[in-house]
Design a protein around this ligand. Structure first.
Ligand code: NI
Length: 246
């Protein structure tokens, strides 16, 4: 055998040896159950972590539902941007519209419906419903429902009372299911995507209803980042009616 080939063969055997040795160490470590094996910078590294057993990556559940809700719109610029982003991601949300913002934005509302979002009522001009008289509340809610129905052909079934403020006895008057929230993004106050994202992701869990507003650019960009991150964590986005049925 020529010297050149001998050197190659030797190198090959050395490499095989190192490989086998590494594999043996790794197997021993794994079977002992006391060592955590992690890949760092492309190399295997062994570190003692006491009695901790080796765990696979946390299971990604695929049936964890969560609902994104947007109040106070529609907004002529922010809402279409949000709809674009949600469509790209195949995500449905719930929009609680204010009656006074409907005129001129009919096409946006039609689009919400066509793209599978749920449309709810958020009163006409954001009155605090528990403080207004019953007649005024019914008007604020009915006018908004009527305006939505004229566009979509469907009367809204869900109401988000402004400020989450509601009186039980109003329920029978307006004949709508009130929907509050469990995670408040405080997006109207923070007006900073990073902070909104951080705040929501800290609290978001299975079955949550997240409150946001599609009238600020920072809320739109935050909402889409929240969608991406929660989808990565295995969440499915549903409309509130789907969440309430389950
Ligand atoms: Ni509101």
């Amino acid at each position: 055998m020529k010297l050149k080939y001998k050197i190659w063969l030797f190198a090959l055997l050395c490499a095989a040896d190192v490989f086998l040795l590494t594999a043996m160490v790794r197997t021993a470590a794994l079977s002992s159950g006391h060592v955590h094996v992690s890949a760092e910078e492309g190399e295997w590294r062994l570190e003692n972590t006491g009695n901790q057993t080796i765990q696979p990556e946390p299971d990604r559940k695929v049936d964890r539902c969560i609902a994104l809700t947007f109040d106070d719109g529609p907004h002529p610029v922010c809402t279409p941007k949000l709809l674009d982003g949600l469509k790209e991601r195949g995500v449905h949300a719930t929009f609680f519209l204010m009656g006074q913002n409907i005129e001129g934005n009919e096409a946006i509302i039609k689009r919400m419906q066509e793209e599978g979002h749920l449309i709810g009522n958020h009163s006409y001009s954001h009155v605090q419903l528990s403080k207004a008289g019953t007649g005024a509340v019914c008007r604020a809610v009915d006018d908004t429902s009527r305006l939505i129905e004229e566009i979509t052909g469907e009367r809204p079934r869900y109401l988000r009372p402004p400020y989450g403020d509601w009186r039980e006895e109003l329920e029978c008057q307006v004949d709508l299911t009130t929907v509050l929230w469990s995670v408040d993004s405080l997006d109207w106050k923070l007006r900073n995507s990073d902070r909104i994202v951080k705040r929501v992701l800290k609290d978001a869990e299975e079955g949550d209803i997240i409150l946001m507003h599609d009238i600020f650019p920072t809320s739109v960009s935050a909402a889409l980042r929240i969608v991406d991150e929660l989808k990565d964590r295995g969440y499915t986005f549903v409309t509130v009616d789907e969440l309430l049925i389950d």
